[in-house]
Design a protein around this ligand. Sequence first.
Ligand SMILES: Cc1ncc(COP(=O)(O)O)c(C=O)c1O
Length: 274
Amino acid sequence: MTTAAAESVLDCVGNTPIVTLRRLFPEPDVEVLAKLELMNPGGSMKDRSARFIVEGGLSDGTLRAGSTLIESSSGNFGVALAMAARVHDLRFTCVVDPKTTRANLALLRHLGADVDMVDDTDAHGGYLGSRLRRVRELLAERPGAVWINQYANERNPQAFYHGIGAELVDQLPAAPTVLFGPVSTTGSLLGSARRLRERFPDLRVTAVDAAGSVIFGGRPGSASCPGSAPAAFRNCAGPTRSTTSCTSPTPTPRSPAANCCRRRGSSRADRAAR
Ligand SMILES: Cc1ncc(COP(=O)(O)O)c(C=O)c1O
């Protein structure tokens, strides 16, 4: 039997499987399903937004073969963009910082990206401000270069509306109660939630990030793992923080995620996420 071969690794992005996490959540009244985004060719869901943004730019003429892409990323999005740039004959400069893992630096270089390392911290003691300043310098030095800017790029949430969201609508065996997702730009959770709520209007959405993140308005702290909460599931031990409605107020033997699946949310954070 022969099967059609994909034209490139980019054609292998998406259509990831879902798996029931019975050993992690053995409680009989809870079913937790995980979508295995690590099975994308670049190793994360960021492959979806990188592909969607690059191919969207090529089809509307904002990008063409030989164009230079610039992006600030300390992790997965950079790797995904390097892969998309390589397949489509684009140049890519990735602005990184000293927290970028050696593995990601090696991947970026092997994929042909130009790696631009900042080493000075910004006014908050982090690197984000320094990376963005370096992006602006590079844009000024290279006329015609395109800043992907995943934080403001509308194709970012759209990639997940058409990707993870649409796939889950077909894959889920029953209406889900809660969608949990890691957040950084929030594009993936926003796009997935929009698509899922068209089919399941009562769906609750809970955003998760590492403790020390300022996304939920908390005090800044130092995060030792690059990327986002999926890293917590990949042996990056450390506390994670979800929207307050979902974490148990006192420690219980049940996991916060399992508690969340049981309780109907009515807190302000729940309503805000709707
Ligand atoms: C593997 C992975 N998944 C999810 C996220 C969060 O995605 P988003 O930027 O869409 O909020 C990140 C962010 O860096 C990530 O690295």
